[in-house]
Design a protein around this ligand. Structure first.
Ligand code: BGC
Length: 419
């Protein structure tokens, strides 16, 4: 079933079609990580703990079996620094063997692994030193990347750091969050209003460059990049300068830092409208997702076009995240079809996109709650049984066919008539 009728696009040879996850959100019991510490503080602002997550630490072979049986040819997952280096300078050989087995497992199943070294979580000891604000952060990450290179045999695409722009915002946010139980915590603070920490931004860029260098030195065939949260800032009339300055520190500086990279990851979910006074709320009555974001599938096309403009034609793009938190799987299909049609239009215009990795392969831990379900595959929280949704079969069949849909829906994807 493809809910759009326009001409589709034949994907170029080697195009990656798959899905993404991150370690902390799926593995479970990531005991040495800073997020685990935050979740499990008695006064935590986090509503729900990650706990066993989807138990993918043990069940990754089943996850990969499903993805390859569904027809996908790629899987993006992350490896966990806190497991590999649970204490400063002490490397767990068992953790390295675990991730090496995952890389081999993906390759054996015909899934091209796209491996992220850092997806939001750090070892507890790293955070206790000040995290990315520590003067040692770039050097410590570089040392971790050198160690991580040991598991990357057979991998082509490595992402150093996931959404560094969100990390810089979170750094400011977490310092301003009320810590007492009963306060509203993170939910009380609107991230759109938060200025990313400038020192952390620079530290992340230094860490990325240092990691790129050691990874390429370890294996010159590795294609190294990072993945940026594309916010799709849209200026209201008269707010062009405000929007440009808002986008600069929150996004463009991180895209510019990728100009010398082998690829860049585009992650897009929604748009953010900027008025003369700054970010505007989602308009009253606009349909929203389970995360409260405006449903706006056009975000993907706008994000890839913006990214390509900023990084320039030399750096190819991979869509490393795009999806929707919904319990209406038919909406997920319509939303994704429209997002892919936008991607097809950008590719037809010459934007060099080499892959599309949907967020997420599994329903997983959405940083404080299991309620927003982004997955193509449902996970039973008690038995961990995996059940592919219709959207998984639909997207997998597109992967098999080597085509993505084109055109525009006759009615908005959120309209009941669109079903
Ligand atoms: C992150 C994921 C997250 C997703 C949906 C991205 O910001 O990389 O970890 O689950 O968006 O919120």
């Amino acid at each position: 079933m493809t809910p759009l009728t326009g001409p589709g696009l034949a994907l170029p040879d080697g195009f990656l079609m798959g899905a993404s996850t991150s370690a902390h959100q799926t593995e479970g019991n990531n005991l040495s990580s800073d997020w685990w510490a935050v979740e499990n503080r008695p006064d935590s602002f986090v509503a729900e703990r990650s706990g066993d997550a989807a138990d993918s630490f043990h069940r990754w072979p089943e996850d990969m079996d499903l993805l390859s049986e569904l027809g996908f040819n790629a899987y993006r997952f992350s490896i966990e620094w806190a497991r590999i280096e649970p204490e400063r300078g002490r490397v767990s050989r068992a953790a390295l063997a675990h991730y090496r087995a995952m890389v081999h497992g993906a390759l054996e199943r015909g899934l091209t692994p796209v491996v992220t070294l850092h997806h939001f979580t750090s070892p507890r000891w790293f955070s206790e030193l000040g995290g990315w604000a520590s003067p040692e952060s770039a050097g410590l990450f570089e040392a971790y990347a050198r160690t991580a290179a040991e598991v990357l045999g057979g991998v082509r695409h490595v992402a150093t750091i996931n959404e560094p722009n969100m990390i810089a915002v979170m750094h400011t946010l977490l310092r301003n969050v009320p810590r007492r139980a009963g306060d509203e915590g993170v939910a009380a603070v609107d991230p759109a209003l938060i200025e990313p920490d400038a020192d952390v931004t620079q530290a992340l860029i230094r860490a990325h460059r240092a990691a790129c260098a050691v990874l390429k030195a370890a294996d010159p065939t590795l294609q190294v990049g990072w993945t940026v949260a594309n916010q799709v800032y849209q200026a209201e009339p008269g707010a062009e300068a405000v929007a440009a300055s808002h986008a600069r520190s929150r996004e463009d500086v991180f895209l510019e830092a990728a100009r010398g990279d082998d690829w860049i990851g585009v992650q897009a979910y929604t748009r953010h409208r900027i008025g003369p006074e700054g970010p505007l709320p989602v308009p009253d009555g606009a349909p929203t997702t389970l995360t409260g974001w405006e449903i706006y599938p056009e975000a993907l096309e706008e994000a890839v076009r913006h990214t390509a403009t900023v990084v320039g034609p030399r750096v190819p793009l991979l869509v490393t995240e795009n999806g929707i938190a919904t319990d209406d799987d038919a909406l997920r299909i319509r939303h994704t079809a429209q997002a892919l049609a936008g991607l097809a239009s950008a590719m037809r215009d010459g934007v060099d996109v080499r892959g599309y990795l949907h967020w997420s392969a599994l329903d997983n831990y959405e940083w404080g709650s299991y309620r927003p379900t982004f997955g193509l595959i449902a996970v039973d929280p008690d038995t961990f049984a995996r059940t592919p949704k219709e959207s998984a079969r639909w997207l997998g069949s597109l992967a098999r066919s080597g085509r993505i849909p084109g055109g525009r829906p006759a009615v908005p994807v959120t309209s009941p008539a669109a079903g």
